[in-house]
Ligand binder design. Structure first.
Ligand code: ADP
Ligand code: MG
Length: 706
């Protein structure tokens, strides 16, 4: 019987060398088919096509050698009892010592007569004069030195282990698969774009990355492979970005094709009500943003706009103004925020602005009593309620509006913009404004939010005092407490924020309780409020109301306050264990103070700075208050994964590309995708767009196209 050939869609379990146990591990990492495995690329390459002869090795050089183990043994140093495992590796010219520290188990792994490839830096041995050794080399035991070509005799790809499946096993499996597969890997790039760019075809690119052609031994080609910029890499990265950008552009075009039935006009009475609403003059940046939003509201096509600006730049006010314009045109408005606390905050803010103007506002939350809930539903249905504020679940709850026209989404620092799809698709032709408080670096905004229009508030309201930021360590705690005491004595309020320490809610709760007890002991005469994720919504609401009224002097909180609380009288922010927070989070937290006319201070209380990254973050915070700069730095330190939004699995959005490293390629992909779409028409266009939609769904796990 003829053996059936492997196909790209062959389940991973049936790929030669895999089997059920390894398949389980691989599929956990998203490798479910033969094709997935082929797209799992090496992270490094080693030239094992030419091994160095041991007799030619020089002190200080990095080299790969192939030899046979002559002798091996484990011993401990006399004084400190450190386990040292040594193997003497012999080739046809000489021998060399492989020396491993604190890995006694290797005694059972590397045995005399084994063929071993070792890689590392060659040094004169400290204890055996004149002998060369490699300390803690990378190594691999070969079944046979000249047998399979998978591991030696070529530019050898090095793979990251997946679960219990070692890199070496992956190499063997992909090597066999790459030789067995006959099917072409379907290209994502249209042929015309492929030809124009002179790209190697997809199958060649993928297979070459598992089995680089012999000429890749040339130094610059090997370097390109290791730097992810070989032509094969670039093809795959460009291809991935091209499809991503095409999806964004199509979504945008589709939106421009949709037509709203509502119309909107700006009348003099509306203009004067807008003025009446604000107790201050809007900044130039706020005026410009409002103009852009109103322009969209008037347009025949639905708005999909991102309102971007630093914490406290006045986004909420702009959104409220836009909402008033909509309401005065007879539309209903929904305002959605990610947390109950924020919902309550928005309800207070919007309520206070709208009440004098006769705009009817309501809040729907988990604790809204059934009676009130049905009353709200009724008023939404008959149109007598103008603005409804709730969490992101609002639209999913099946709330029926009489005439919903405008949705405002407060995302604060949460990105995942790419994952809002469900919501967008609900309100078909509704105008959507997304507020985001973390400035997205300019370099990313255009590419990642390519389907949104962007309004930027790049100016702070007047009179804002800079927030003094200081780093303090544990021994200065009392000094920090005295500072808090002085501010409170002057009638101001303080936040003390404690990071979530553990995944476990219980442990966190205990930590927060312990902290608040310490604060109560230290400040027996003050009112201390404790805000954390376990409080019931009604308790939170009560606490926040008391804080707003100045009845609570110090608000001790977990990071729940990160999102958008606005209390101008709060002038001190103490961040405990500041080293544990990310830059954007620190910036968000600091933005809770400095909202009034008084001088504010942010104390970063540092326990122990464990890493270089943490140290860098604290320095940046102490030096800068520019949200954009901070976001750029954050991107540099953390990489762009967080910005791009993550797939549900938690895997990064892109398989091959890296937004930071490959920014230029993304820009090129965007240009090429736009040019291609422009030329494309008829059935060809329909066909390619549906292919892109499929790739978005299957590979990006996003469903935003079309
Ligand atoms: P954001 O939503 O961007 O964090 P907010 O809209 O909540 O900012 O505004 C922050 C604070 O600044 C609020 O107390 C608000 O009333 C005030 N504010 C906003 N715009 C102005 C302005 N143009 N002049 C003075 N104060 C302003
Ligand atoms: Mg705000």
């Amino acid at each position: 019987m003829r053996k059936s050939a492997v196909r790209l869609d062959t389940p991973i379990q049936y790929v030669k060398g895999v089997g059920p146990r390894r398949a389980a591990d691989l599929s956990k990492e998203g490798i479910a088919t033969a094709e997935d495995l082929l797209l799992y690329l090496p992270f490094r390459y080693e030239d094992r096509s030419r091994f160095k002869k041991i007799s030619e090795l020089r002190d200080g050089e990095a080299a790969v050698v192939l030899g046979r183990v002559e002798a091996a043994g484990l011993y401990r140093t006399a004084r400190r009892g450190i386990a040292i495992f040594e193997a003497v590796l012999q080739d046809e010219t000489a021998s060399l010592i492989l020396k491993f520290f604190n890995q006694p188990f290797l005694n059972k792994v590397i045995r005399p007569r084994d063929w071993v490839v070792a890689y590392g830096q060659v040094r004169f041995d400290l204890f055996k004069p004149g002998r060369l050794s490699i300390q803690n080399p990378e190594f691999e035991i070969l079944d046979h030195p000249t047998g399979t070509q998978a591991h030696v005799g070529r530019i050898t790809p090095i793979y990251t282990r997946v679960g219990t499946v070692s890199g070496k096993v992956i190499r063997q499996i992909t090597w066999d698969l790459a030789h067995e597969i006959e099917e072409k890997i379907p290209a994502w790039l249209p042929a015309a774009v492929e030809a124009k760019g002179g790209w190697p075809d997809r199958t060649t690119a993928v297979l070459s990355l598992h089995a680089p052609p012999a000429d890749c031994a040339a130094a610059e080609k090997l370097k390109a492979l290791n730097d992810f910029c070989s032509p094969f890499h670039l093809r795959l990265i460009f291809e991935e970005f091209f499809v991503f950008q095409t999806g964004l552009l199509v979504a945008r075009l589709r939106r421009k094709e949709r037509v709203k039935e509502r119309t909107l006009t700006i009348t003099d009475p509306i203009r004067s009500r807008l003025k009446q609403m604000l107790p201050f003059h809007p900044t130039g940046a706020q005026k410009k943003a409002l103009r852009e939003i109103v322009e969209d509201l008037r347009s025949r096509h639905p708005m999909n706009r991102l309102l971007q600006g630093d914490v406290g730049s006045g986004k909420t006010i702009v959104a409220a103004q836009a909402a008033l314009v909509a309401v005065d045109n007879g539309w209903q408005v929904a305002v959605m925020a990610p947390t109950e606390i924020l919902v309550e905050q928005h309800f207070r803010t919007f309520g206070a602005l709208f009440a004098p103007l006769g705009v009817k506002t309501a809040m729907l939350s988990r604790v809204t009593p059934a009676r009130e809930r049905s009353e709200i539903r009724r008023r939404l249905g008959d149109g007598s309620l103008n603005v409804l504020i709730g969490t992101h679940a609002l639209l999913q709850e099946g709330v029926q509006f009489a005439n919903l026209g405008f949705v405002i989404i407060d995302e604060q620092h949460r990105f995942g913009v790419l994952q809002r799809s469900a919501l967008m698709e609900k309100g078909e032709n509704v105008d959507t404004l997304i507020m985001t408080a973390t400035p997205i670096p300019r370099s990313l905004a255009m590419t990642v939010y390519g389907d949104l229009d962007i309004s930027l508030i790049d100016q702070m309201p007047p009179g804002r005092k800079p927030i003094r930021t200081v780093l303090k360590s544990e021994p200065s705690r009392e000094e920090v407490y005295q500072l808090v005491e002085r501010e409170v004595a002057a009638g101001r309020q303080a936040y003390v924020v404690y990071p979530l320490i553990e995944e476990s809610e219980k442990i966190n709760l205990r930590a927060v309780k312990a902290m608040s007890e310490e604060l109560r002991r230290r400040f027996p005469h003050l009112q201390i409020g404790v805000l954390h994720g376990r409080l019931k919504p009604a308790e939170k609401e009560k606490l926040m109301t008391r804080f707003a009224a100045g009845e609570v002097n110090i608000l001790a909180a977990t990071t729940v306050i990160e999102v958008g609380i606005d209390m101008p009288n709060a002038t001190v922010m103490v961040i405990e264990h500041a080293e544990r927070f990310g830059l954007s989070q620190l910036h968000q937290l600091r933005g809770r103070v400095g909202r009034g006319a008084k001088d504010s201070i942010c104390v970063l209380l540092v326990d122990r700075v464990g890493s270089e990254d943490a140290w860098q973050r604290l320095q940046i915070m102490a030096r800068s208050q520019d949200g954009f700069l901070i976001a750029e730095k954050d991107l540099e330190i953390r990489g762009p994964g967080e910005f791009a939004g993550r797939r549900q699995s938690g895997a990064p959005l892109f398989r091959h590309g890296n937004l930071w490293r490959d920014m230029k390629i993304m820009q090129m992909a965007r240009k090429e995708a736009a040019a291609y779409l422009q030329r494309l028409s008829g059935p060809e266009r329909v066909g390619y767009i549906s292919q892109v939609a499929r790739i978005w769904k299957v590979h990006f796990r996003l469903t935003r196209v079309g």
